[in-house]
Ligand binder design. Structure first.
Ligand code: NCD
Length: 307
């Protein structure tokens, strides 16, 4: 199933290889010729409805809409400040917001919330993170950076480290990589925070080589991308020690990582990626976040039926 114009995005599974390449080309053009898009979405309104904390995702969706000439309405703390507090269901909220806005970016703490919202909305709903489920727009901006830097995602060796169980960006990016040839995904995670077994099996079935490592240094040798993630402390079961075997990008890791590799992180970063790494020429996470603006502009254009 290809991602068609005016459709919701609930999962990265909706994207086929041509959809991805088309989106990256559009993002490139927006980056190169921003003034050509400055009035593209002038009459339209984006609603950002966020039930979980966010800096990048919400502000970049909002900036993206404004840089297309559109307008934004926003509930940045919907769990506390929307009618959810009065007991309104997500479905009712979405029905109402559908009447005010032309597109909705939704972040919610429950897996499947975006799919539920898309089913009742009369406008496209863009999943901006559904609990431990998925984060498709993040995967798209992650892939966009790799595509820009390497020119292709075929033949990629990418090392995921951190919380691969509850980190939704990893889930979406790993699924996206199934559309490319000869991809190897190396996984390094504390015990009980590994890649969900169903996801690992699906990746293998769809042609991605999945290789677990226990030492991060070993997993970095000959890798093209080191993708670091934060332990999702807000989602961990109570009996799980968040400090157990926390992995850090330390000098040994940097020494093992090839010179051509890039270091990525969806951000926010905490202890796993010390600020001292920022001076390393392989650090790419700020450029990664910046590219999210152009990718989200491209997504909004197509969601609004303008591309
Ligand atoms: C991520 C998220 O919300 O899943 N942040 C983001 O959108 N860039 C990663 C995280 O919170 O660790």
């Amino acid at each position: 199933v290809a991602w068609e114009a005016r459709q919701s995005i609930t999962s990265i599974r909706q994207f086929e290889r041509p959809d991805l390449l088309r989106l990256f080309d559009r993002a490139d053009d927006i980056r190169d010729r921003p003034s050509a898009y400055a009035d593209a979405a002038t009459p339209y309104v984006l609603a950002t409805l966020f039930y979980e904390p966010s800096t990048r995702t919400r502000l970049s969706f909002e900036a993206a809409m404004m840089r297309l000439g559109g307008k934004v309405i926003s509930t940045e703390n919907a769990r506390a400040m929307s009618s959810a507090v009065k007991g309104e269901s997500l479905a009712d909220t979405i029905r109402i917001v559908s009447g005010y806005a032309d597109v909705i970016a939704l972040r919610h703490h429950e897996e499947g919330a975006a799919a539920l919202a898309a089913a009742v909305a009369s406008v496209p709903v863009l999943n901006a993170g559904d609990g431990p489920g998925e984060h498709p727009s993040q995967a798209l901006l992650d892939a966009y950076l790799i595509y820009r830097r390497r020119g292709s995602l075929d033949g990629l060796t990418l090392t995921f480290v951190g919380d691969l169980a509850y980190g939704r960006t990893v889930h979406s990016l790993a699924l996206l990589l199934t559309h490319f040839h000869d991809v190897t995904v190396r996984v390094v995670a504390p015990e009980s925070l590994g890649l969900p077994t169903a996801l690992a099996a699906e990746l293998a079935r769809r042609g991605v080589t999945v290789m677990p490592f226990s030492r991060l240094e070993d997993a970095c040798r000959h890798a093209d991308v080191l993708y670091v993630t934060r332990i999702q402390t807000e989602r961990l079961p109570a009996d799980l020690d968040p400090d157990a075997a926390r992995y850090t990008v330390d000098p040994g890791v940097l020494a093992a990582l090839p010179a051509h590799a890039i270091i990525m992180h969806p951000l926010p970063r905490v202890a796993e990626l010390p600020p001292t790494v920022d001076a390393d020429p392989r650090a790419a996470y700020f450029e990664q976040a910046r590219g999210g603006l152009f990718v989200r502009m491209a997504l909004l254009l197509r969601a609004l039926g303008l591309d």
